[in-house]
Design a binder for this molecule. Structure first.
Ligand code: HEC
Length: 116
């Protein structure tokens, strides 16, 4: 009994340490892309695109601050589409979860973070 509890704890700890922000990413089912940002992207990029949680703490694996307009405005839509579909380092590939047209539809959402 005690051993079982211990190994369960160890397993839980191991998956926590892996920082599994990319685990259980939902597939885009059509519909609201803004909601999909919240469900699939915000865990790393933040609800407001800054890579921070609501208390301002940097998220693990945040990668890019979409609210930094100076940087974001230098980026091309085509690059953002490519990174989203194919992934890059800790950014997971979404090509099995979204079509290219879906990602294209998400560009305005990503652009809006820098616009305010
Ligand atoms: C597991 C965390 C994680 C998730 C989930 C995630 N991203 Fe990322 N994303 C990253 C990281 C880390 C980078 C930085 C990659 C690098 O440059 O090495 C990044 C980079 C990007 C970039 C490139 C930014 C630039 O110009 O450098 C785009 C675009 C992007 N993500 C879009 C998305 C979208 C859209 C979603 C949801 C559909 C998403 N990401 C979900 C972690 C994540």
């Amino acid at each position: 009994m005690r051993l079982t509890t211990l190994s369960a704890l160890l397993l839980a700890g191991a998956s926590l340490m892996a920082g599994d922000a990319a685990k259980d990413l939902p597939k885009f089912q059509g519909g609201d892309l803004q909601k999909y940002w919240t469900d699939a992207c915000a865990r790393c990029h933040g609800a407001n695109g800054s890579g921070r949680d609501n208390s301002g703490k940097p998220l693990p694996d945040n990668g890019f601050d979409f609210t930094d307009s100076r940087k974001a405005n230098k980026k091309k839509d085509s690059d953002w589409i490519k990174v989203t579909l194919d992934g890059k380092e800790k950014m997971p590939a979404f090509k099995d979860k979204m079509s290219e047209a879906d990602v294209r539809g998400m560009i305005p959402i990503m652009r809006k973070f820098a616009a305010k």
